[in-house]
Ligand binder design. Structure first.
Ligand code: ADP
Ligand code: MG
Length: 264
């Protein structure tokens, strides 16, 4: 059975997409069968998996409107010939038209459960499904939260980080109460971390004090190789496996596998 996780945080630019694609690549490298679902109309996770969003025949848009199944819409991540030795994962891509899905779904029934129902049909085909959410609490994000067993929250250790978290925690509580009893926060992932900045170290300590074991042990450092990778259509883990950031994401993938073992 697949473990389905949303990567969510309603702030933009906090590292959701970077976390999604690198965790997918890290898990694939560790031998897991992985599906990535891009729920952000910007399609960054799609492009960052080597899939051209402009050339997608079927995407998550069709899945939400129930004109295509996951099986039909899934394509393989594509690392190009040079990187062909790296393990791939399956991708349900997103393109611009996804922004319109919100409006089209508004009057339809089961509108927040479309992705959940579609994923139920491929449950046996994957070990992990990771869903990259847009930076808003839209119907798209709601579809992600309804589908998932848990939420991974990437966060930067900055002054306002905790404030943003309160909103997300409240949303997760509401979805838990009304739509998805199995939803919980799996963990908070510290990303873009720079140990030389004392404020970041302080906020990191506060997070640990507040959320204890809900904070993942792995810390993702600020690392320029992770930021460069998307322009090559690659996760950092594939683009430069030796980079500190890439190695941190593989360690994080390992930690996720261990946590899953404990959840059972
Ligand atoms: P989100 O999906 O939350 O909007 P992104 O994953 O797109 O955030 O990250 C925002 C920006 O920060 C991107 O330019 C990305 O390349 C960069 N970035 C993300 N994580 C790191 C990191 N650990 N080190 C350096 N740059 C990073
Ligand atoms: Mg993003």
């Amino acid at each position: 059975m697949a473990h389905i996780f949303c990567v969510a945080n309603q702030k933009g630019g906090v590292g959701k997409t970077t976390t999604t694609v690198n965790l997918c690549a890290g898990l694939a490298q560790l031998g897991q069968r992985v599906l990535m679902v891009d729920l952000d109309p910007q399609g960054n996770a799609t492009m960052g998996s080597g899939v051209d969003k402009r050339q997608l025949e079927l995407s998550v848009y069709e899945v939400l409107l129930e004109t295509a199944s996951i099986e039909q819409a899934a394509v393989k991540s594509n690392w190009g010939e040079r990187n062909a030795k790296h393990a791939t994962y399956d991708v349900i891509g997103a393109s611009r038209e996804l922004a319109g899905a919100e409006v089209e779904l508004v009057n339809q029934d089961r509108r927040e459960k479309r992705l959940k129902e579609a994923l139920a049909l491929v449950n046996a085909s994957y070990d992990f499904v990771l869903i990259d959410c847009p930076p808003s609490l839209s119907l798209l994000t709601l579809n992600g939260l309804c589908s998932a067993n848990g939420v991974i929250v990437p966060m930067q250790c900055e002054y306002f980080a905790l404030e943003g978290l309160t909103d997300l925690v409240n949303t997760i509580k509401q979805v838990h109460a009304n739509l998805n009893r199995s939803l919980k926060i799996i963990g908070l992932l510290r990303v873009m971390f720079d140990p030389r900045v004392s404020l970041q170290v302080q906020v990191s300590d506060q997070l640990k004090a507040h959320f204890a074991e809900k904070v993942f042990n792995t810390v993702i450092p600020r690392n320029v190789r992770l930021a460069e990778a998307p322009s090559f259509g690659l996760p950092g883990v594939v683009y430069d496996p030796q980079a500190k950031g890439s190695q941190a994401f593989v360690a994080f993938a390992q930690e996720m596998i261990e946590r899953i073992g404990q959840l059972k």
